[in-house]
Structures are given as C-alpha cells and as structure tokens.
Ligand binder design. Structure first.
Ligand SMILES: [Zn+2]
Length: 95
C-alpha cells in the first residue's frame, strides 16, 4: 500500500515518463524507412562487369551507408545519376 501512495505522489516527477516519443506520422516513418533501408543484395554473378569481384565488401557497405544517409530521394537519385558512365556505341545494330 505504501508503495502505491509513493507512486501516486511522485508520478509527476520521474526520469522515465510514460509519454510516447514523438516519431512523426506513420507515413513519415514509412518514408524514412524507404529512404534509409537499402541493403547490399546477393552477388549478381554478371560475366561482363564482375561487380562483386571488382569491389570489396567494405566498399559496397560504405557506398550503401552513404546512400542511406542522404537526406532525400532526390539526393539519392542525383547520386545514382552521377555514378552512371555513358559510353560510346562500339557497334551499331543492323536492321
Ligand atoms: Zn553485376
């Protein structure tokens, strides 16, 4: 009984308030997860570029971390666009 009385008296003053932390709306949380939830996938095993043989696991992890740390989708798209190399056509198709 005495414990309950103490709890009632000091319920206003506590180090750990029962208030829920303000995380934003569910839409904002989903948006944040979509923005920073990218992971390195499995080995693509492509024969032309040899992606997973050319880059180390640490380099891939660093790149994905940097990509996830960007503040907006637009910044992520800009980074992706900047990383694309446009090469010249080596042999044109005959129709
Ligand atoms: Zn590949």
């Amino acid at each position: 009984m005495a414990v309950c009385a103490v709890d009632e008296n000091f319920s206003q003053v506590t180090d750990q308030p029962k208030k829920q932390p303000k995380l934003g709306s569910a839409k904002e949380i989903r948006k944040l997860e979509a923005l920073s939830g990218h992971q390195t996938g499995e080995d693509c095993r492509c024969t032309r570029l040899h992606c997973f043989q050319v880059t180390s696991a640490e380099e891939r992890h660093c790149l994905v971390d940097h990509y996830n740390s960007l503040s907006s989708k637009d910044a992520q798209v800009s980074l992706s666009a900047a990383l694309i190399n446009v090469g010249s056509v080596e042999r044109k198709r005959k129709f």
